[in-house]
Design a protein around this ligand. Sequence first.
Ligand code: FE2
Ligand code: FE2
Length: 141
Amino acid sequence: MKERTASNVHEAFVGEAKAYQRLLMFAKKAEEEELPQIAHLFRAVAAAEGVHSRRHFALLESVADTQTNLERVFQSENAVNGVHYLRMLQEAEQDGEETAALVFSQARDVEAEHANLYKRALNDVIAQRSTEYYVCTIDRA
Ligand SMILES: [Fe+2]
Ligand SMILES: [Fe+2]
């Protein structure tokens, strides 16, 4: 794919993925305000934006077999927690942005745990061991 189009596809993917998450948060708010039909609307449009984001994603990256996907996300979690979040955390601290620093720091710690989960799964793909997962549901800063 030509560089400009690839850049546009990436931009479109980020925009659609952002819209998807925004709309789900708006739906939650509408529910809190006892407006279930508006929540329903936000969720329906979010689902469509999710489809758009996945179509863009499919142009950017191929989805491989599960063993390869596990290896890939393991590497990715390590890079996110050891490099990217570390830098963002340091820069937020330098900027005196305490809330952003806290959110980066907590996300970084969880990414490390994601890497551990993937590593365990990689060692255990065939066994398909049943596991319970705990997900923090706090989605505000
Ligand atoms: Fe869209
Ligand atoms: Fe993660």
